[in-house]
Design a protein around this ligand. Sequence first.
Ligand code: ASP
Ligand code: MG
Length: 403
Amino acid sequence: MSLIVQKFGGSSVANTERIMRVAGIITDTYKAGNDVVVVLSAQGDTTDDLIEKAQELNPNPSKREMDMLLANGEQISISLMAMAIESMGFPVISLTGWQVGMKTDSNYGGARIRKVEAERVQAELAKRKIVLVAGFQGINKYDDVTTLGRGGSDTSAVALAVALKADLCQIFTDVDGVYTADPRIVPDAKKLDEITCDEMLELASLGAQVLHNRSVEMAKRYNVELEVLSSFDRNPKPGTKIKEAAKMEKMYISGVAKDKNVVRISLINLKDIPGMAFKIFSALAQKKVNVDIILQSIGRDGLKDISFTVDKGNRDLALAVLNDNKDIIGMEDVKVSEDVCKLSIVGAGMINNPGVAATMFEALASAGINIQMISTSEIKISVLIAEADGDRALKAVHEKFFS
Ligand code: ASP
Ligand code: MG
């Protein structure tokens, strides 16, 4: 007998038919003799709808009241699911974040989990009940409701898996696993049987929106075995397992991802003197602007250019910081390019395989795609290219590595 934590996303419980299908998956797991803890998200677009309702009343509601509101979506899901499972004749109980001791800090709207006091869950499991838990929500030291940030139910599930020492944490979603590329753009993308936590983290941040990043970080830290699989099959097929590197046979490239959420900022005609990069990037860091790819030109006549990329959401903040510091930095001009995207290949096996970068650049060259910037890490190579070339580049690079 195993203890299994299963998490079902909003689309998996969006309507009555889907709730009944998921109830079937849950009770099958229970019937097989396992202890089952289930974390649910709010149905379909419920969270977005609640945000919209709030906006109609107050464009600037307090974060505490927003959390009070948004936590309701998950509570609807768990109580409805409990009723569905009751109707099938199984012992079941639904519990909120505070009832399962999901203790968080007070950062409303993006709370971090401090600890899970899981005695109540354990007591219910000891009575052989299926335990349904509201995802995304917790409680702070003032006994106020908090939420973990959008998509936070994955993190609720992993935190419970850690606290309960679960054997497996299954994340059910509307895709049947993690692919070598976005299958909507690259039709012959393949499903991966397994992937490392580090690769998954890179792919998630590259826009492969499968799992909440914090959930993968937590799974890595506490060594929780994760599996991503589809809830649309009444008898789910094996999905993608996310494991520590040591436990698997490494493929040298796991995936190719495109990220449109970037802008390039270039500082033109800076003095070519020591300390310039320090001035720029420390000013940005102080305001918590995350910089990704950086490129510095070779000096000419005592001048140079520095370009870097930031997330689209950080564009205005980055420009404000540069403007506030323009006397210290002393650039002649600032240029912003919006029409760019970042293409990355990720693979834990890259470290031991020379020539991966060359293969990627060859694919881009054959497709006639110009590279504007390059950055590399142990398990990732990223290039910045024109946004218009994005899909073509994704297909070309994917084909080079995977067919
Ligand atoms: N319902 C929340 C959201 O839509 C949490 C989640 O789905 O994980 O962001
Ligand atoms: Mg959701």
